[in-house]
Design a protein around this ligand. Structure first.
Ligand code: DSN
Length: 414
């Protein structure tokens, strides 16, 4: 790897080599990350990056698009087969632009929309006040219940009936339980609103049958391709045929210029990989691993928001340990365990140093780890959190982390 770069730009080559080493030597538990296949890396690093293809297959504004068309058509047909959607646009650059493109396509500025609040598990683009979504549209935010920390669909329905939004957005980035997309679609339909599901975090679980699908009832579905789906850093928008035209127009020329053809090709590769039977085993193992990790953490005295998980992630409330999210994240970093600090619902602390950490199993599952290893990982996480200010103890944990990483190597040929 990097044979050319190493000669022409050793500084950047070194940065990349160090990042490779980091990925090989840490237990990566950020739930929105994963390890793509060497084939996805090949496509992302390919000559398709040189091409301009504004427009859509066979309707481009530039010549020379025979092969870019083929890449995009492969991505489209594979995405349709994978998700069972009527229409798909594979050009969005990433998840945030994809969501904004949906709003731009189907709403007028100032329209009322409902979305889950970031502080209770949603996403910036689901209406946070500092985000374009919250500035350009009138978002009404829903959250979880204080006692159960779960979505209350009856309450969401009540808010929808009272507020009469034009669109209801479902989906989350820090909600460890299943989302009832059918219920969301029914609520939207009952008030004549458009239903939109952002399945970015759980797309890989959905195509594996490890989480219920938002298809066929949801009007518009967005997903990133780089989380549980294990593809390149990008996104797609899927929708019912009746929304195809405005969605396509909003992506190009509404928001974007030329699509990133190299990434489109990598998305096609990722979809083909996710269509293989073994991907179903992978998705199911992610959930089994998250459950096993949660059980170990609970038995070590850590409190899990909602008491456990149905998906790929866990939200840990560190308050009983008297350690903050920031302190835990930094301590775990020293022990080569990568997590992110995260607010918990109704967090008394600030997002810069919240009360929780968010953990996910997609990357460790890609490395081949199973329930047995999750027990060990849980034990190491608990040990590091409890001893967050002991350099010596964190050093001991790091030794065990390195040994475990050595047993489950990644990118050995790079
Ligand atoms: N930043 C992503 C996450 O970590 O959940 C969502 O965009």
């Amino acid at each position: 790897m990097l044979e050319h770069l190493a000669k022409t730009d050793p500084k950047v080559a070194e940065v990349i080599r160090n990042e490779l080493k980091r990925q090989q030597q840490v237990l990566e538990l950020i739930p929105s990350e994963n390890i793509v296949s060497p084939s996805v890396l090949d496509a992302v690093g390919s000559v398709l990056t040189n091409k301009y293809s504004e427009g859509y297959p066979r309707k481009r504004y530039y010549g020379g698009n025979e092969f870019a068309d083929q890449a995009e058509e492969l991505a489209i047909s594979r995405a349709k087969e994978l998700f069972g959607c009527e229409h798909v646009n594979v050009q969005p650059y990433s998840g945030s632009p994809a969501n904004i493109e949906v709003y731009f396509a189907l709403l007028q500025f100032g329209d009322k929309v409902m979305g889950m609040s970031l502080s209770e598990g949603g996403h910036l683009t689901h209406g946070h006040k500092v985000n374009f979504s919250g500035r350009a549209y009138h978002f009404v935010q829903y959250g979880v219940e204080k006692d159960t920390e779960l979505l209350n669909y009856g309450k969401i329905e009540e808010i929808a009936k009272k507020e009469q939004p034009k669109m209801i957005v479902s989906g989350a980035t820090a909600y460890p339980r299943q989302i009832d997309f059918k219920r969301f679609a029914e609520i939207a339909e009952s008030i004549g609103a458009i239903s939109m599901a952002d399945i970015s975090h759980i797309a890989g679980l959905i195509v594996s049958g490890a989480h219920p699908s938002p298809f066929p009832f949801t009007d518009v579905v967005t997903t990133t391709t780089h989380k549980t789906l294990r593809g390149p850093r990008s996104a797609i928008i899927m929708c019912k045929e009746k929304y195809a035209k405005p969605i396509d127009k909003a992506v190009f020329p509404g928001m974007q210029g030329g699509p990133h053809d190299h990434v489109t090709a990598a998305k096609a590769v990722c979809f083909a990989e996710a269509l293989k039977p073994e991907f179903k085993d992978y998705g199911r193992q992610i959930v089994k691993n998250a459950r096993a990790l949660g059980e170990e953490l609970s038995s070590q005295g850590l409190r899990l928001v909602t008491g456990g998980t149905d998906n790929h992630l866990l939200l840990v409330d560190l308050q009983p340990l008297n350690v903050t999210g920031k302190q835990a994240e930094e301590a775990l970093d020293k022990a080569n365990i990568t997590v992110n600090k995260n607010t918990i619902p109704f967090d008394p602390r600030s997002p810069f140093d919240p009360s929780g950490i968010r953990l996910g199993t997609p990357t460790l599952t890609s490395r081949g780890m199973k329930e047995k290893q999750m027990e060990k990982v849980g034990e190491l996480i608990a040990r590091a959190c409890k001893n967050w200010n002991s350099e010596q103890e964190l050093g001991e944990v790091k030794k065990e982390v390195l040994a475990l990483c050595g047993e489950f190597p990644v990118y050995e040929d790079l």
